[in-house]
Ligand binder design. Structure first.
Ligand code: NAD
Ligand code: GLY
Length: 358
C-alpha cells in the first residue's frame, strides 16, 4: 500500500493506493474515528461488484451500514438524484455522527461529496473511486457538485474528503473505453507539470494498455501526487489550479456540440489537448516535436485527436458558453514544452479559432 498526504491544514487527508485495499476500508475509517454509522452511496453497476466487500469491512469494524443506490450515468447527476440521497439519509435517521462513502466513478463521487457537504450542514465523507478517471482526478481535491440544465457542474462546493481509498484491483472490471478515457487525464499531468512522468508514460505504453498491476499503481500514485501538489498550492482555483483544465476549453466545446453523446469526457479532453498543444506551438511556448509527442502518445492509447468538424461560428458559440470564460476572454492553459504550463487570458477569438479548419 502506498500512502500520500494532501496537506491542507485541518482539511488534510491521506490517499491510500494499492491492490485489494477495499477490505481495509473499515480499519482505516476506525483509525480516523469517523462516527458510528456509514451510508454507502453507489450505483447498481458498481454496487453489484463491490458493495458486499465494502459493507463487510465496515460492519467488521463495528459500523452500522445503510446502502443508498442511485441510478448509473451522467444524466442522473442532478438535483433530483441529490434529493433522493437526502431522502434516504433522513429516512435512515442519520445524524451528524455519521459519514458517507462514495463507491463508484466520478459521478457517484461528485454527488456523494456534495451531499456530504450539505447534509446537516456537513458530515465527513470518504472517496472510494472505481474508475481510472476518478482515481487519478475527481476523488482528489474536493470539487463536488451536480449538473444544472444550463450546464455541467454549475452547482457545487469545495469540500474535501476525509480519506481517498484507491483499490487498483477495481480497474480489472472497468470497460476498456472507460479505462482508455481516463488515460487522457493521466497524460495531462505529464504535459502540464512533470516531464519525467510524461517520459515514463511514453516508455510504458504497452504495460499501461495491458493494465499491468505495478505500472497502474505507479501512474495512479504519481497522478495523485501531482494533483495533490496543485491543490495544496491553490485549493479553490484562485489561479494556478486551472492548469488542471489543460485541453478542457476545446473538450467542453466538443462535448457541447455533440450533445454529450459521442465522446466520453477523457476522449474529448484528448481532442482538446491536441488543440491546446497546437496553440502553444503557435504562441512559441512549445515546438512541433512537443505537439507530435503528445499526439503520438494519445493515439497509441487509441484516443481521438481530431477536432470534430463544426464551423468556426459553432465553435465560437460553444466556447463562449464555457463556464470558465471571463468577461474579457478565456483563461487558456498552454503547455511550455512538455512538463510545464502557463495560464493566459485570451480575448483574441481569431487566435483561438485558427485550429478550427471549417
Ligand atoms: P462515471 O462515474 O459515469 O463512471 C463511468 C462508468 O463506469 C459508469 O457506468 C460506472 O457505473 C462504471 N464503473 C465505475 N467503476 C467501475 C468498475 N470498477 N467496473 C465496472 N464499471 C465501473 O464516469 P467517470 O469518468 O468516473 O466520472 C465522470 C464524472 O466525473 C463527471 O461527472 C465529471 O464532471 C466528474 N469529474 C469531476 C472532477 C472533480 O474534480 N470533482 C474531475 C473530473 C471529472
Ligand atoms: N479536475 C480539475 C480540478 O480538480 O481542478
Amino acid at each position: 500500500m502506498q500512502k500520500l498526504l494532501v496537506s491542507l491544514g485541518e482539511r488534510s487527508y491521506t490517499i491510500q493506493v494499492g491492490s485489494g485495499l477495499l477490505a481495509e476500508l473499515g480499519r482505516l475509517c476506525s483509525e480516523l474515528a469517523l462516527g458510528s454509522t456509514a451510508a454507502i452511496v453507489t450505483n447498481p453497476t458498481v454496487g453489484k461488484l463491490y458493495t458486499a466487500t465494502v459493507r463487510d469491512t465496515l460492519e467488521k469494524a463495528g459500523y452500522t451500514i445503510h446502502l443508498i443506490e442511485i441510478p448509473d450515468g451522467e444524466v442522473h447527476k442532478n438535483s433530483q438524484t441529490l434529493n433522493s440521497i437526502y431522502d434516504a439519509l433522513l429516512a435512515a435517521g442519520l445524524s451528524r455522527d455519521s459519514f458517507l462513502v462514495a463507491l463508484g466513478g466520478g459521478v457517484v463521487g461528485d454527488m456523494t461529496g456534495f451531499a456530504a457537504a450539505t447534509f446537516l450542514r456537513g458530515v465527513p465523507f470518504v472517496q472510494v473511486p472505481t474508475t481510472l478517471l476518478a482515481q487519478v482526478d475527481s476523488s482528489v481535491g474536493g470539487k463536488t457538485g451536480i449538473n444544472h440544465p444550463l450546464g455541467k457542474n454549475l452547482i457545487g462546493a469545495f469540500y474535501q474528503p476525509s480519506l481517498v481509498l484507491i483499490d487498483t484491483a477495481t480497474l480489472t472490471t472497468l470497460p476498456e473505453r472507460e479505462y482508455v478515457s481516463g488515460l487522457a487525464e493521466v497524460l495531462k499531468y505529464g504535459v502540464v507539470c512533470d516531464r519525467d512522468f510524461f517520459t515514463f508514460i511514453a516508455e510504458n505504453t504497452e504495460r499501461i494498455r495491458d493494465r499491468d498491476k505495478e505500472c497502474l499503481q505507479d501512474i495512479i500514485r504519481i497522478s495523485c501526487a501531482l494533483k495533490a501538489s496543485v491543490v495544496e498550492r491553490d485549493e479553490r482555483e484562485g489561479g494556478y489550479r486551472a492548469v488542471l483544465n489543460y485541453g478542457h476549453t476545446f473538450a467542453h466545446a466538443v462535448e457541447r456540440l455533440t450533445h454529450y453523446t459521442d465522446f466520453l469526457h477523457g476522449e474529448a479532453v484528448a481532442i482538446g489537448m491536441v488543440q491546446a498543444a497546437k496553440l502553444s506551438e503557435l504562441m512559441g511556448y512549445a515546438d512541433r516535436r512537443d505537439t507530435k509527442a503528445i499526439v503520438d502518445l494519445l493515439q497509441s492509447f487509441g484516443l481521438p485527436v481530431d477536432l470534430v468538424p463544426f464551423s468556426r461560428d459553432e465553435y465560437f458559440q460553444a466556447l463562449l458558453k464555457d463556464k470558465k470564460k471571463r468577461a474579457q476572454g478565456i483563461n487558456f492553459v498552454f503547455n511550455k514544452g512538455i512538463g510545464d504550463s502557463i495560464i493566459e487570458n485570451v480575448s483574441d477569438w481569431d487566435f483561438l479559432l485558427q485550429v478550427v479548419s471549417k
